[in-house]
Structure formats: structure tokens, C-alpha cells
Ligand binder design. Structure first.
Ligand code: ATP
Length: 653
């Protein structure tokens, strides 16, 4: 089998024309190794950077953090609240707090907490369990050493091991799972049954209804393609409900905890027996009552376990007494043996309670990183994966191996999975299974949702035409909605127009390379953004209705430092996927003489940015730089055709 070490960039295997099962999974194994290597290298590099601001710039490290509070969470886990050192207040009070620098540590991110003053400290592993602007909570099983701490996002080896184990299981799969695997690889044809009538629980629009019926008719795999704001999660929840009505068991997954919880939130309103498996600290607080941990804890038979635990404690206390003489030693040995037996019984008992709770659930929700110890050898009629374009190919087999049929939902015209290894990305790790199948089998395997509930139709139009064959329809409730119709907002040209492109060409709005960094910024564009924000607020738009999106983290940092209104969200495109705001201002940043646009060339990234605004979209960019790329030339033409093209000279900045 090829290994990561002996691959050079030209020799990293690809999947095209791979018909052999072994070659297929060998290739995924190589990609996974390359990615692991890239992650380890990056972590090592980060830990070597001494300068605090530099290391925090990556967004994957927080330094000089102090422990503000701690609690004991479920199953005895420690929940540690960290704030920036020097902060006087408790984590609850915002008035005197220091905001955390921009970071990518999200709820569910695996992290290592180590001693800030001891670079050699290996630290303790944990998971981010809550995030606030001024504090971050980490769930761990151990106390970290030190007075001042550093928190690093860390590669998750456990996840990788589980993925490899699932892939090795898939190689030798039999029966329905083997059939599913071969259909996914493209070596067996797709199969669909009759479309059957359905009595819908939710009021779905016709394309949503069609998607549910189509997915239910799939024997092996089907895709629900959900362009921005089209109710993908709503549709998936209905599909799961219908599958359960037909007596099926369902495993519902997504790559991120947030996406799993969004789905769970809908499912619990539709049916009672939905179970969430996963670290309770990673689950929305309002949904923790549905977690396996809490349900096991509240199961009546767990009271017996508690009593048995108390007995173990009593026995251990007795064993620690001062026994003298030979009989004494014998007695102690007996007590310890008794405690050991009791512990084994407890474990067996707990396992049977877990099994009983799992057996009661029709639907089990979890991230695609499945805890195989908890799920055991459980198999499901249908496996559903939401946000399926966010997961890499190796990451999905843990879920796939547990089902007879697979339903994928997502949008391959939005951001692909994050991959660190350039070699693996170039060989194909950036292409999700959903993208591969959607591109291979097209209409045969997918149904697209078409009615969107977010954007005014003029904001929707470019994305619809360019990415979705002009298929999108704005629902009547949003079709013509404008900013000036929001309560408290004045009616003026700025609030009645939905679109504006501000061209900075010729005005020397040059991009800059961030000092000591690789990211780009454009201070003059930032000035213009701030001017527009001021105008919006003067017109009565609330700060929390405004978002600013920049493709580059350096521009995000600049704007966050310059804006003194905390409620205005400023983020990168990646940080904004899946979200929406009434007004969005995009600062494109790139402005140079050679027309270089770097990773803006990934059109899908711009698609995400352009489709976040509900009522007003402002784009600031340099047509001389952007316009050399056909996609942006088309975008500029679009703004012109909508009479929404302005030159920066029209604004006093
Ligand atoms: N058939 C429908 N009728 C009315 N409103 C709907 C319908 N379907 C979805 N919506 C509304 O549209 C919005 C988006 O729905 P949902 O969150 O399911 O979309 P999504 O496609 O998952 O979103 P995203 O683009 O962020 O992935 C929600 O407010 C939802 O209530």
C-alpha cells in the first residue's frame, strides 16, 4: 500500500478511474496521512512562535489566558472558563471584559490547554464547549498545569483512527453495505423505486415535497441539493419524519455539532424519540435533555448504579483502614476483590442502560465522527448526512457503514471542506462525496430545492443564474423586501436600493500585505466600509442587522479593531457560511496591478458571501483587478445591468 511518506506532489494517488475497492481506500488512506502530517507541522510551527500577537493571528491559538471559573459537567467532566489575562470581571459580566481576538475555536473544536510559560508542556486535551466574545469554555477530563494558559486547536488523532477503522471495515463490507459502497464508488448503477404519495407533516413547497418523495424512493443513495436559504434542513427533518413513519430507523449526521443540533432542534418538535449522541458539552444547552448522557443519567435503573457506586466507595473506605496481621491483609484483599467485582457489574449495567436508551430511539443524531463504542454494531435503515459538502471523503465512512441507504444534503456550490495539505487537496481531498456523486450522476441522483426564503430577488439573481441554472425562486415573503421596510428604518435611496457595487479602480485603494503575516488587507476599503456602516446606522438600521464579510482575515482584524460597535458582525466568508443578515457589506480587498486575486478565484467562496444578505448587499472592489477574471467580469456586468454600479469617486471618503 502506498504511504504518505513516499508520495511527492506528482505522485499522490487520485481516485479517477479507480475501480478497485482496495485502491480506492488505499488512496483515501494516503490523503488522510498527508493531512495528518500537515496538521502536525502546523501545530508545531504555531507552538514555536513566541510573539503573542503573531501566534494568535492564525485564529487557532489563544495565549495568556487565565482560568476565571470552573464547574463540574456531566459525567464528571471539568468545564473550565478561560478569559484574557488581566481581566477583572467574572465571565458573565461584559462591561470590563477584554474581547478575545478573532479565532476559529468553535464549540466542538478539539484543543490542547497548556502552560503558557512552559513551551515544552504537552498540556491536556479538551474540547471547546462554549464560546462568548470574552471567554471560552473547555471541557476536559484533567486539570491543566500552570497559572497562565495557552489554548491551541489540535489535530484530532482519535478521529483519524476511527476514520481509518471505518474505511478498513468498508473494504470487506458485505450485503447491503457492500451494494451501497459500490454504488457510491460508481461501479454499480443507481436504483430507485416508485415515487409514493406522502402525507406531509410540514408545509413544504413543491420542490421540497418532490425532494422528500424522491429521496424516499432511493434504494441506495439520493442527494438533496439545497442552495442558500432554500430550507434544506426543514426538508431533511421532514424526510426523517417520513422514514420513521414507515418504520425505519434513522442515523442523522452532519460534520459539525452546530449542524447536527440545528437538525435536532427541528426533529424534537416533530417526534418524541430522537436521541443525540455526543459530548453533552458540545450540544446546544437547550437540547442537552435529549443527549444519551442525560437520558442514561435520568433512567430509573441508573439509581441502582448510583447505589452500587456508593457501595464501592464504602468498600474502598473500608479497605483503606489499618488492617493488621495476616488475617487483616487477607480481609483487605477480599474487600478489594469485592469492589472490583462490583465495578465490573456497574460497567455491565451501564452498558445495558445505554443499549436500552438507544433501542428506544427511532432517530439517533450525531456528528459524522461517531463514537463507535457507544453505538456498538447498531445498523440503521437510513443514514442522513446534512452539510455533506463540508466533510472530506474519508470522514463519512463511519456513518455510511451503518446504513442500508444514504441521503446526502448540502450545496456543492458553497464552501468545500477545509483541507490543510495542499498535495492532498490537489489530489482530491477537497472534493466531498456529495460533490463527486452530484457531478457524476447529476439529475439522476439529486433533486434541487428552488424556493429560497432569504434574499430579495435582485440579490438572489446573480447567484441563481451563475451557480444554479437560473432555477432559484424568491418566495413571496422575501421577493421584494427592502431595508426601508424594517421598523425604525428611514426611506432613502440607501435603504430602498438592494444592490450596490462600489468600484475603487483608479483611486489607489491598494491592497497591503499584513505586517509579519501572509494575510491581505485594504485600509482604504475599510474606511469606506465604516462610512457605509455609519450611513446605515444613521438611517435607523440596528447594528445587529449588519454584517461585514472580508475574504481575508487581516481585513477582518483591521475592521474589528476600527469599528467600535460590537454588535456588528465582521467575519471571513468561511465564518459566515450558513448565516444571514439584513445588510451585508463585502470588502473584496484585492487591488493590485497584476490582477492577482488569490483564493478569490474559488467562485464558491464568493457565492457564499453574495448570498448572506436578505435586504441589501454592498460590494466594494477594484474592477481593474477583479475584472480580469471572467467570473468577476460577469459579476460586474450584473451590477451594471441592475443599475447598481457606482464609482468610489461618487462618495466623499
Ligand atoms: N416551505 C417553507 N415555507 C416557509 N418557510 C420555509 C419553508 N422551508 C423553509 N422555510 C424557512 O426558510 C428558512 C431557511 O430554512 P432552513 O434553515 O431549513 O434552510 P437551510 O437551507 O438549511 O439554510 P442554509 O442556507 O443556511 O443551509 C427558515 O426560516 C425556514 O423556516
Amino acid at each position: 500500500m502506498p504511504t504518505a511518506k513516499n508520495q511527492t506532489s506528482n505522485h499522490v494517488p487520485r481516485l479517477e478511474n479507480t475501480n478497485s475497492v482496495d485502491a480506492y481506500y488505499d488512496t483515501l488512506g494516503v490523503w488522510l496521512d498527508l493531512e495528518a502530517e500537515a496538521e502536525r507541522e502546523r501545530l508545531a510551527q504555531r507552538r514555536q512562535i513566541r510573539n503573542q500577537t503573531d501566534v494568535e493571528r492564525t485564529g487557532e491559538t489563544l495565549v495568556a489566558m487565565s482560568l476565571a471559573d470552573h464547574q463540574t459537567g456531566l459525567a464528571g467532566r471539568l468545564l473550565l472558563d478561560f478569559v484574557k489575562s488581566g481581566q477583572q470581571s467574572s465571565t458573565n459580566s461584559d462591561s470590563t471584559s477584554i474581547s478575545l481576538p478573532m479565532n476559529r475555536l468553535k464549540v466542538g473544536s478539539p484543543v490542547v490547554v497548556s502552560d503558557h510559560n512552559q513551551p515544552s508542556d504537552k498540556g491536556v486535551a479538551g474540547v471547546v464547549s462554549r464560546r462568548k466574545p470574552h471567554s471560552i469554555q473547555v471541557a476536559t477530563d484533567q486539570w491543566p498545569d500552570g497559572k497562565l494558559f495557552r489554548i491551541d486547536m489540535s489535530p484530532d488523532e482519535t478521529t483519524r483512527r476511527r476514520q481509518l477503522a471505518a474505511m478498513s471495515w468498508m473494504r470487506t463490507a458485505t450485503g447491503r453495505t457492500k451494494t451501497l459502497r459500490d454504488v457510491l464508488m460508481g461501479t454499480r448503477p443507481l436504483r430507485f423505486g416508485e415515487i409514493e404519495p406522502v402525507e406531509f407533516f410540514t408545509r413544504l413547497n413543491p420542490p421540497q415535497q418532490e425532494a422528500v418523495q424522491f429521496a424516499l424512493s432511493a434504494k441506495d443513495v439520493a442527494i438533496i441539493h439545497g442552495p442558500p436559504g432554500t430550507g434544506k434542513t426543514t426538508t431533511l427533518a421532514e424526510l426523517i419524519y417520513q422514514a420513521v413513519q414507515r418504520g425505519e430507523s434513522v442515523l442523522a449526521c452532519a460534520a459539525s455539532n452546530t449542524a447536527v443540533d440545528n437538525l435536532l432542534e427541528r426533529l424534537v418538535r416533530m417526534m418524541p424519540d430522537v436521541l443525540r449522541v455526543g459530548h453533552p458539552a458540545r450540544v446546544f444547552e437547550s437540547l442537552r435533555g435529549h443527549t444519551l448522557d442525560e437520558l442514561v443519567d435520568s433512567d430509573p435503573s441508573t439509581e441502582v448504579v448510583r447505589e452500587m457506586r456508593r457501595d464501592v466507595q464504602d468498600l474502598m473506605r473500608e479497605a483503606s483502614r489499618d488492617f493488621r496481621g495476616r488475617d487483616g491483609h487477607k480481609r483487605r484483599k477480599q474487600i478489594l476483590a469485592e469492589a472490583g467485582q462490583l465495578r465490573n457489574q456497574i460497567r455491565g449495567f451501564e452498558r445495558s442502560v445505554i443499549r436500552a436508551v438507544l433501542d428506544r430511539a427511532n432517530v439517533v443524531c450525531t456528528t459524522t465522527t461517531i463514537d463507535d463504542d457507544l453505538l456498538g454494531d447498531r445498523h440503521f435503515d437510513t443514514v442522513v448526512i446534512d452539510e455533506a459538502c463540508q466533510g472530506t471523503l474519508p470522514s463519512i465512512w463511519q456513518a455510511v457503514r451503518r446504513g442500508d441507504r444514504l441521503i446526502l444534503a448540502g450545496d456543492h456550490q458553497q464552501l468545500p471542506p477545509t483541507v490543510l495539505s495542499n498535495e492532498a487537496a490537489a489530489a482530491g481531498l477537497k472534493e466531498s462525496l456529495m460533490q463527486r456523486i452530484a457531478e457524476r450522476d447529476g439529475q439522476e441522483v439529486l433533486r434541487r430545492l428552488k424556493v429560497q426564503y432569504r434574499m430579495n430577488q435582485s440579490i438572489m439573481k446573480f447567484s441563481s443564474d451563475h451557480f444554479y441554472d437560473g432555477d432559484l425562486i424568491a418566495d413571496a415573503s422575501v421577493k421584494s423586501h427592502r431595508l426601508c421596510e424594517l421598523p425604525g428604518v428611514d426611506e432613502n435611496q440607501f435603504t430602498t436600493d438592494c444592490l450596490m457595487f462600489v468600484d475603487t479602480a483608479g483611486a489607489e485603494f491598494d491592497e497591503q500585505l499584513e505586517r509579519d503575516g501572509n494575510s491581505k488587507l485594504n485600509p482604504k476599503e475599510a474606511n469606506l466600509v465604516i462610512q457605509f456602516v455609519r450611513e446605515l446606522m444613521e438611517s435607523g438600521v440596528e447594528p445587529d442587522q449588519i454584517a461585514i464579510i472580508a475574504p481575508y482575515a487581516a481585513q477582518v482584524r483591521l475592521l474589528r479593531n476600527r469599528l467600535d460597535v460590537r454588535e456588528i458582525e465582521v467575519d471571513t466568508v468561511d465564518g459566515f457560511q450558513g448565516r444571514e443578515k439584513e445588510v451585508v457589506i463585502i470588502t473584496m480587498v484585492r487591488s493590485n496591478e497584476i490582477g492577482e486575486i488569490g483564493f478569490l478565484a474559488d467562485e464558491r467562496r464568493t457565492n457564499v458571501a453574495l448570498t448572506r444578505a436578505k435586504r441589501k448587499l454592498i460590494v466594494i472592489g477594484d474592477s481593474a483587478t477583479l475584472g480580469r477574471h471572467p467570473f468577476y467580469a460577469k459579476l460586474l456586468d450584473f451590477f451594471e445591468s441592475e443599475s447598481a454600479y457606482r464609482s468610489v469617486w461618487e462618495f466623499d471618503s
